[in-house]
Design a protein around this ligand. Structure first.
Ligand code: 2AM
Length: 169
């Protein structure tokens, strides 16, 4: 069994820019390490090895052109007790990608979290309430997406990309 999710995984430079938002803002909760910063596209939860292998082997999974997300606001989400970065606008390519992944998972007979997609990067969990504030926009181009495995360790979650799909130009 592996705990899996599909994600947009920014490169190291972009992750560093995202991670730099919080320290200046005084985080008191659990700050997510830069290596773990991502945008969840679809969360599957525990998946058996056969289904995980089938997912990894998918060819040309969802043909959507590369796109950019521009993160512009730091928001406190009360129910999740998380502080997250959200983009002001979500390009249609991003919506198509996550919808395509959901279709693909349904086609594979796999279950996943069906709540409406709300693209974000979680920066801090167990966060104290804080007012929403604009941040210097962080524009990130995504030309691929990944299937990520999440392992819970005493020191926190460790994510490992299992497969990567390039978005066609
Ligand atoms: P997040 O996207 O709000 O940060 C791995 O657990 C990732 O999947 C996390 O980034 C997590 O939250 C996201 N996720 C989405 N739905 C989830 C769920 N139902 N349970 C756990 N994690 C979920």
């Amino acid at each position: 069994m592996a705990r899996l999710f599909f994600a947009l995984y920014p490169d190291a430079a972009a992750r560093a820019s995202l991670a730099a938002v919080l320290p200046t803002d005084g985080a008191r909760g659990r700050v997510i390490p830069a290596d773990n910063l991502h945008v969840t596209l679809a969360f599957l939860g525990d998946v058996d090895a056969t289904a995980a292998d089938a997912l990894r082997a998918l060819q040309d999974a969802v043909p959507v052109p590369p796109f950019e997300l521009c993160f512009e606001r730091l928001v406190f989400w009360e129910r999740a007790r998380a502080r997250v970065l959200v983009p002001e606008a979500v390009p249609p390519e991003a919506e198509c990608l996550q919808a395509g992944i959901r279709r693909l998972l349904t086609g594979q007979g796999l279950s996943f979290d069906r709540r409406p997609w709300n693209p974000h990067v979680t920066l801090e969990r167990r966060a104290a309430p804080a007012p929403t504030r604009p941040v210097t926009p962080i524009r990130i181009r995504f030309d691929d997406y990944v299937l990520m495995a999440s392992e819970t360790r005493p020191e926190g979650a460790v994510y490992r990309p299992l497969a990567r799909w390039r978005l066609p130009p």
